[in-house]
Design a binder for this molecule. Structure first.
Ligand code: LLP
Length: 438
């Protein structure tokens, strides 16, 4: 992947940096990002739109990995930012991310979160439901401030991916149903409000999707509705946001297209429908998360204990697990790994990489092929850059790992490792009865 190679010592390098050195310098578990790869992915999306002559915004869906430093890189690359909570918005504010390129998502944004969005004058709120319409109107009217919005719809497209991460089907907690009149009702409540500027529509059909057809169908469904609004209300959508969800390759079994292929497909649908219906070409917005950071991230672990179940399998246990990557336990997600300190030896030993959490299901990879394992080996698990650190927890009170960015032979710490002090920082010791009665 990306700038990974093997150096003269037989060590895996990322961004020109020896991963074994990184493990020694920063400790493990460690999440290492290949920043050149992130930049390359971002530019590829932007170039694809340029090449087909469509104005676009590529918003980084930052739930995949949110930190001040990645927001700074996203800004350097001219990306927009999709945030889904006050916490992500705050991270963007601290990172100095240009507010006009921040898009706010979520199916239950609170009054406080929406106020924060108005305070910061962000680029747009993606409205998810009728309660939110009322809240946004109330805030906009009381402040007499205009806010850009998109209407999020569920287009009724079922993309084949894990049930937990499919979102475009009708029975979804997200968005307005496109087919039963909800979307039209939302449109009528929003399109001619003095303090609301309706930019257009949004949909996101799911995540880790490989087939282009699902994106095509979604684009068609939304365009159809846009044309109806133009004909019935003389309202023209300036923006069509088709979400993220482009699949990436975790293992040999995954056969994704080049991410740009999905974008080309969407653009083609929009270009052809706008031409046939004489509709002004909208800006297309997309929101890739995984396809920007997924394969840019690699997790490093150190091998500790090992256990042989005779005739069945060899377990090797590493110093992290479901606490820093819950995807295998939660979705049955598959990954590949290597022995980073012995890349020059043959990876023929089949082992199960177990985490250190007190839970049998805490296995990171069922069937990994590594070098004959030894305590102290550094394991590199690939493609952990999306929804790894961002879904990490302190289960079993494990401190969260550190995160390092590598590029052109440089490395820098961008999220420090949690300490035991951090682990107890929110705890408040019991007070005595006397103290409580005071
Ligand atoms: N836009 C919206 C509205 C979304 O809900 C999502 C992801 C994205 C964009 C970005 O999707 P991506 O390009 O990253 O596939 N935790 C799960 C994935 C959950 C995705 C949630 N929404 C996982 O680890 O697979």
């Amino acid at each position: 992947y990306g700038t990974q190679t093997v150096n003269g010592k037989g060590h895996l390098t990322i961004g020109g940096v020896d991963t074994v050195d990184l493990a020694h310098t920063y400790g493990t578990p460690l999440v290492v990002y290949d920043i050149a790869l992130f930049r390359e992915r971002a530019q590829a999306f932007k170039e694809t739109f340029n090449n087909v002559g469509v104005r676009a915004q590529v918003a980084y869906a930052s739930k995949a990995f949110s930190s001040i430093a990645i927001y700074e890189i996203a800004n350097q690359e001219g990306l927009s930012l999709d945030v889904v909570s006050g916490g992500e918005l705050h991270t963007a504010v601290v990172a100095g991310f240009p507010r006009e390129r921040i898009h706010f998502h979520g199916n239950n944004k609170s009054f406080t979160e929406l106020q924060y969005a108005f305070d910061e004058k962000i680029g747009c709120i993606v409205i998810d439901n009728f309660s939110e319409i009322a809240l946004v109107k109330e805030i906009a009217e009381s402040r007499q401030e205009k806010m850009n919005v998109l209407i999020r719809v569920t287009p009724g497209v079922e993309a084949s991916t894990h049930d937990y991460i499919t979102t475009g089907q009708e029975d979804s907690k997200f968005g307005f149903d496109l087919k039963n009149g909800q979307t039209d009702k939302a449109f009528r409540q929003l399109h001619d409000h003095p303090y609301i500027k309706l930019l257009g529509m949004h949909c996101h059909i799911g995540s880790q999707i490989f087939e282009t057809d699902a994106f095509r169908l979604a684009a068609e469904a939304l365009m159809e509705k846009m044309i109806v609004w133009r004909d019935d209300y003389e309202f023209v959508c300036e923006v069509l946001n088709l979400g993220g969800g482009f699949g990436i390759r975790y293992t040999e079994e995954d056969q994704p297209l080049n991410p740009s292929a999905y974008v080309e497909e969407m653009a083609e649908v929009v270009l052809s429908l706008t031409r046939t219906h004489n509709y002004p070409l909208p800006e297309i917005w997309i929101e890739p998360g995984r396809s920007l950071v997924g394969d840019a991230g690699t997790s490093l672990y150190t091998v500790g204990s090992m256990k042989e179940v005779p005739g069945v399998r060899t377990y090797i246990a590493v110093d992290g697990g479901m606490s820093d990557n819950i995807r295998p336990a939660l979705y049955g997600a598959k990954y590949t790994a290597v022995t980073a300190n012995r890349m020059d030896e043959s990876h023929e030993k089949q082992v199960t990489i177990a985490g250190k959490c007190c839970e049998s299901g805490d296995k990171l990879i069922e069937e990994a092929h590594l070098v004959e394992p030894a305590e102290g080996d550094i394991i590199a698990m690939f493609c952990t850059g999306a929804y790894g650190y961002s879904m990490a927890s302190n289960y079993n009170r494990l401190p969260k790992p550190a995160v390092v960015f590598c590029e052109n032979g440089h490395h820098q710490l961008v999220v420090r490792r949690e300490t035991y002090e951090d682990v107890v920082r929110l705890d408040i010791p019991l007070q005595s009865v006397e103290q409580l009665e005071k």
